[in-house]
Design a binder for this molecule. Structure first.
Ligand code: SF4
Length: 378
């Protein structure tokens, strides 16, 4: 496969693993513990497990899985609000498939659908827009979820709905941003992080400069990475090289895709449609300043929070997580998924307790799918 096979070349991967081992040994001589490198993005977590990089990498490097799975960091209260909107008469609630099985306090969207709510999976907010055009008399609500990767497509859909004068389309906006939770993790005195692998898809939109504070203010290296095995190995080597040389900088391993200053069309749409919420609740991380987006007043006609009088602005925020669930600790890299007492017992992909076992980018799902399969085969 062109543009993929060359990044899965076993000879190149072995050479990178050897270079990482040499570099880690050199650093390890002065260290009593492995170098902790957090991959922020859930897509990277899955690549690491899919290609067995967690086992192949030198023992002096430890991957710490970060909070970059948008479904996983969604607090239960927001799922409850989705269900509440979806169960209103006349509503067609649309969402990406990943969010369907995320447990809420009462039920998931899938359970609400089986109870009669009109909930549809879509691949894009444009599908929801088309549904609104074809369904006059019904209110079509799109669940706007995700980091800067999906934020522009929701913004463009709202702009298009405004141009067409649609009155039955709205967005339940739960879009969030990446740099703020990284700052929260760096401010956590319990976190031991030596460097970061930066998200590839998010950075296509925002570029590399929003991460400058990581190197400048915290003295930690960050390398924006692609998703193939040699992308990730090269990025680890770049982080280790910075550490070995006593440097901290933002570097871009994924330059074939990520422009330094991001995508100007997407950034303009984001700036036009959204503004920052003062703070937003993250599962496992609590409230983080300026980490969530809401729809600007000029697009209030397309804001489901306004239309339904529901959501973050109403002040109903937190509901407690399920007892015994360690999602927060796993999401902040403090525990490995297998260290959660529920892993494989009370929580499996068929009967999930937490979103990390459901989402295609969740760390628990990655362990279950790849590490679990290995253990079974062993
Ligand atoms: S195993 Fe389940 S309950 Fe435990 S951290 Fe993972 S998703 Fe949460």
């Amino acid at each position: 496969m062109k543009f993929a096979s060359e990044f899965r070349d076993p000879v190149a991967a072995r050479a990178l693993l050897s270079a990482i081992a040499r570099k880690a040994d050199a650093i390890g001589a002065a260290r009593a513990r492995p170098v902790h490198i957090m991959e922020i993005c859930g897509g990277h977590t899955h690549s690491i497990f899919r290609y067995g990089l967690d086992r192949l990498i030198h023992e002096g490097v430890e991957f710490v899985h970060g909070p970059g799975c948008p479904v996983c960091v969604l607090p239960m209260a927001r799922v409850d609000e989705c269900v509440e909107i979806a169960e209103r008469p006349g509503v067609i609630f649309t969402t990406f498939g990943d969010a369907m099985r995320v447990p809420g306090h009462r039920k998931s969207l899938l359970q609400a659908k089986s109870g009669g709510a009109d909930i549809l999976m879509v691949y894009s907010p444009l599908d929801a827009l088309e549904l609104a055009r074809r369904s006059p008399g019904r209110e079509v609500v799109f669940f706007g979820l995700g980091f800067e990767t999906t934020t522009p497509s929701t913004a463009l859909s709202i702009q298009q709905a405004a141009r067409e004068g649609l009155t039955n389309f709205s967005v339940f906006c739960n879009h969030i941003t990446v740099p703020e939770p990284i700052k929260a993790l760096l401010d956590d005195p319990d976190m031991v992080l030596d460097g970061f692998i930066g998200p590839g898809h998010v950075s296509m939109v925002i570029g590399t400069h929003p991460y400058d504070f990581i190197a400048r203010d915290y003295g930690k290296p960050i390398v924006v990475a692609g998703f193939e095995p040699t992308d990730l190995l090269q990025s680890v080597l770049m982080v280790l090289t910075q550490i070995a040389e006593g440097r901290a900088a933002v570097e871009n391993q994924y330059a074939r895709v990520v422009p330094e200053y991001g995508n100007s069309v997407s950034l303009a749409a984001i700036a036009d449609v959204y503004e920052r919420r003062p703070s937003f609740e993250w599962r496992g991380l609590g409230e983080i300043d300026a980490s969530g987006l809401r729809i600007r007043a000029k697009y209030a006609a397309f804001d489901a929070e306004e239309k339904f009088g529901i959501g973050y602005a109403t002040g109903r925020r937190s509901v407690p997580e399920i007892e015994g669930c360690a999602c927060g600790a796993v999401m902040t890299g403090k525990l490995k998924p297998t260290q959660c007492p529920q892993f494989g017992k009370g929580c499996t992909p068929d009967m999930p307790l937490g979103a990390l076992m459901v989402s295609s980018e969740g760390a628990c799902a990655a362990y279950w799918q790849y590490a679990g399969a290995r253990e079974t085969a062993a």
